[in-house]
Design a binder for this molecule. Structure first.
Ligand SMILES: C[S@@+](CC[C@H](N)C(=O)[O-])C[C@H]1O[C@@H](n2cnc3c(N)ncnc32)[C@H](O)[C@@H]1O
Length: 371
């Protein structure tokens, strides 16, 4: 296979531009936003590096081939001509998933997947299994079948440090991109006053230390034919940077959430620069030291039910921040503009909506709060 192909970085719709920025910052070639992700170019070492270093990607797909297919027999024949052995190993099981866009002459994803799976198992000898560690994805659009390998395996928001998860946790890759959209680069303190399992402070601390998000986990690409274990070990052995002179704070009124955050921070190796406390937002005070960023996703609004307690919670949050956080910027992620408005904080117009856990959420941001 080519040493320069398309690598597609999947992310939540609405965050493509933020991920594109991150890819550019991290030196990936020719980043371009598309629907639901960003495409960059590179070879297999860039695929590994994307999995290792990109905080905002949900998964990394390597485009391994494309051909036109007008009917299933043609799909079968052309799928057999793909040099599968350059990418897959005969002894490693694969799973194939296919989807067809409207208007394609091949319109049945299941039948297409079955033909490709059979081609792989008969041409290469790789077994096909539901729980296979490697997934081949086929997308048929305008009668063009594009084949990709999901090189990540488990979605990338699973950094490999979190055992304990609170209710409605923020996915790590979204948290990282929201931090980026708030202008966070690792050079200021961060505080989340409703931290749940600690996602925002832990991501922020890792960014400040220059840690790679994928440093502790495994990836599907380790099962591929072109995997070079020695080169990969060298790539992921990059040492962390020096600790900053400030901290990353989380608080929550739920004692269990605070314990969870501490345990998650310890597993991520950032317990030295994070601090978690148990109290309600009404008791919130700015930490000693320079101002930074408050970032929070309060409980989301439900479509039905009593909104009063949620509005009161947002009001209390806004009051605490207005009274005690002069000089700090605020980023608030919510699914209802009315809840953001209830804080009384001077938010700029929100960022585009992002699909998270079945809800459309938006990031509301302020400039540094006045004294
Ligand atoms: C949507 S969750 C935050 C999830 C978190 N960002 C994470 O990734 O795990 C909202 C959190 O707000 C906390 N909370 C609700 N009311 C609160 C209050 N009055 N003061 C402090 N925390 C509160 C809940 O305990 C819950 O952990």
């Amino acid at each position: 296979m080519d040493s320069d192909f398309e690598i597609f970085l999947v992310t939540a719709p609405g965050l493509e531009a933020a991920l594109c920025d991150e890819a550019r910052d991290k030196g990936f070639a020719a980043p371009r936003t598309g629907r639901g992700g960003v495409s960059v170019r590179g070879g297999w070492p860039e695929v590994w590096r994307a999995n290792l270093e990109l905080r905002g990607a949900a998964r990394v797909l390597a485009r391994i081939g494309a051909f036109r297919a007008l009917h299933l027999a043609q799909l079968d024949k052309r799928a057999r001509r793909i040099p599968w052995g350059e990418v897959l190993r005969p002894g490693v099981a694969v799973r194939v998933e296919a989807s067809c866009a409207k208007g394609c002459r091949i319109y049945h994803g299941g039948a297409a997947a079955q033909r490709i799976a059979r081609a792989i198992s008969e041409e290469l000898g790789a077994p096909v299994a539901e729980d296979a560690p490697v997934r081949v994805l086929a997308r048929i659009d305008d009668d063009l079948c594009t084949l990709s390998i999901d090189t990540s395996g488990e979605p990338l928001h699973k950094r490999g440090h979190k055992e304990a998860v609170a209710k409605a946790p923020m996915r790590e890759n979204l948290a990282a991109l929201f931090l980026r959209q708030c202008g966070f680069t690792g050079a200021e303190p961060v505080l989340d006053p409703m931290c749940g399992s600690g996602t925002f402070p832990i991501e922020a601390a890792e960014i400040a230390l220059g840690l790679s998000p994928g440093r502790s986990r495994g990836f599907a690409f380790e099962h591929l034919a072109n995997f070079d274990a020695a080169a990969w070990q060298a790539m992921r052995a990059a040492p962390p940077g020096p600790a900053p002179g400030f901290r990353f704070y989380g608080s929550d009124r739920d004692a269990g959430a605070v314990e969870m955050s501490r345990a998650n921070a310890a597993r991520a190796g950032v317990d030295g620069i994070t601090a978690f406390r148990c109290h309600a937002v009404s008791a919130l005070a700015a930490p000693e030291g320079p101002p930074g960023l408050v970032i929070v996703n309060p409980p989301y609004g439900a479509r039905i039910g009593d909104k009063k307690p949620l509005l009161a919670l947002h009001h209390a949050l806004g009051q605490a921040l207005t009274a005690r956080f002069s000089g700090w910027r605020v980023g608030l992620v919510t699914n209802e503009a009315g809840l953001a408005a209830a804080t009384g904080l001077p938010f700029a117009p929100p960022a585009p909506p992002v699909l998270h856990g079945g809800l459309h959420v938006r990031l509301f941001r302020t400039a540094p709060l006045a004294g």
